[in-house]
Design a protein around this ligand. Structure first.
Ligand code: ADP
Length: 307
C-alpha cells in the first residue's frame, strides 16, 4: 500500500491486571525512517514492539504496518515486518542454515532465489563458515547475527530491532551499525530500541522517548537536541579552583583535575559567565562549549520518577 506510514500506532493500550503497561500510545513512523524508541526499563517499549508482531495483544487500540492491521490482516502485516528479538529461542538441534530455511517456510518462501538470498544473508553477516554449525554451539554475538538473518529472511520492509547491540563487543557493534545503515539506505524502515543513547544519536533520524506507558517526546533527533534548554561549558584552569561565587556553584556539574564543567541555560549570556569566573578569581586558560547529548536530554525528560 502506498501513501501510508510504515507503522501507525492508534491509541494502543495494554493492561496486565492492575498494571497499565501502555496508556494509549499513538504515533506514526514514516516509511524509510530510521526510528529510535527510547525509554527507561519498564517504559513499555517491548510491549509496544511485541504488539507489532502479534506476540502481545493490545487491550484496545490498533497497529498498522504498511497499512495492514496487525489484528485484522495479521498475515500481511507479519509479512512486511521483520523482528529481531533479544534472545534466540530456537531448537538447538538445527544448524543455522536449517533454521533459516525453516523460517523461510513459515512465509511460504522456497526455491533457488530464496536459497541464494539465504546465502547472501549468511555472507553479509559473516556466518557463511558457520552455516552448518549447530545453533547451540554459537557465541552470543553469533546468535545475535542469526537473529538478524532470521528477521530478514522474507525481505521485510520494516525491520524492528530490540536492543540490537546490548552486550555485544565493539567489533560486532560496528558491523551491526554498518549493516543496519545499509539496509536503511536500501529503503528499509528501521525501528530500534536501545539503552545506548549515543547509538540512537548516531543512527536515528527520529526518536520517541517513552516513560510509564506514554510517549513523552517525539521529534527529529536534531530538533530534540536543539530544543534542549541547556548547553555545557568546560572551563580549563591554569591553577586549581578556589571557592566559586554562588551563581557558578549553582551551575557546576563536574569538577575535573584541571577544570570545571558548568550546565548553563541557553538564554544565559556567556559574558555574564565570564564575569562570574573572573569574580571567583579563577585563572582560566580555555573555555569550550557544546550542546547537550541525547543522553542528557533523555535524562532531563525522564527525570521526574523513573519507570
Ligand atoms: P520496557 O521494554 O520499556 O523495559 P516493558 O514493555 O517490558 O518495558 O514493560 C512495561 C511494563 O509492563 C512493566 O511494568 C512490566 O513489568 C510490565 N509487563 C510487561 N510484560 C508483562 C507481562 N507479561 N505480565 C505482566 N506485566 C508485564
Amino acid at each position: 500500500m502506498s501513501n501510508c506510514p510504515a507503522v501507525r500506532f492508534l491509541d494502543v493500550k495494554k493492561s496486565y491486571g492492575e498494571l497499565t503497561a501502555l496508556k494509549g500510545v499513538s504515533f506514526e513512523v514514516e516509511e524509510g525512517a530510521f526510528f529510535g524508541l527510547l525509554g527507561p526499563n519498564g517504559a513499555g517499549k517491548s510491549t509496544l514492539i511485541n504488539a507489532m508482531s502479534g506476540l502481545v495483544i493490545p487491550s484496545s487500540g490498533s497497529i498498522q504496518i504498511q497499512g495492514y492491521d496487525v489484528n485484522r490482516n495479521y498475515r500481511q502485516a507479519r509479512r512486511v515486518l521483520g523482528l529481531v528479538p533479544q534472545e534466540l529461542i530456537a531448537d538447538p538441534f538445527f544448524s543455522i542454515q536449517e533454521l533459516l530455511v525453516l523460517q523461510s517456510g513459515y512465509f511460504g518462501l522456497k526455491g533457488a532465489e530464496q536459497r541464494a538470498w539465504i546465502g547472501e544473508l549468511l555472507e553479509r553477516l559473516a556466518l557463511s563458515d558457520k552455516a552448518d554449525a549447530n545453533t547451540a554451539q554459537l557465541s552470543g554475538g553469533m546468535k545475535r547475527r542469526v537473529l538478524i538473518a532470521m528477521a530478514l529472511v522474507h525481505r521485510p520492509k520494516v525491520l524492528v530491532l530490540d536492543e540490537p547491540t546490548a552486550g555485544v563487543d565493539v567489533d560486532l557493534r560496528r558491523i551491526l551499525w554498518a549493516f543496519t545503515k545499509e539496509l536503511h539506505q536500501q529503503g528499509h524502515t528501521i525501528i530500534l530500541t536501545t539503552h545506548y543513547l549515543e547509538e540512537a544519536e548516531a543512527l536515528c533520524d527520529r526518536v520517541a522517548i517513552m516513560q510509564k506507558g506514554e510517549v513523552k517526546a517525539l521529534s527529529s533527533t536534531q530538533d530534540l537536541l536543539s530544543r534542549h534548554y541547556y548547553r555545557y561549558l568546560r572551563v580549563t584552569l591554569a591553577a586549581p579552583a578556589q571557592d566559586l561565587i554562588a551563581p557558578l556553584e549553582a551551575r557546576l556539574v563536574e569538577r575535573e583535575s584541571n577544570g570545571l564543567v558548568f550546565k548553563l541555560e541557553k538564554t544565559a549570556s556567556l559574558t555574564q559567565l565570564l564575569g562570574w569566573l573572573s569574580d571567583s578569581g579563577l585563572n582560566v586558560s580555555d573555555v569550550s562549549s557544546r550542546d547537550a547529548s541525547l543522553e542528557e536530554v533523555f535524562l532531563d525528560l525522564t527525570a521526574e520518577g523513573k519507570g
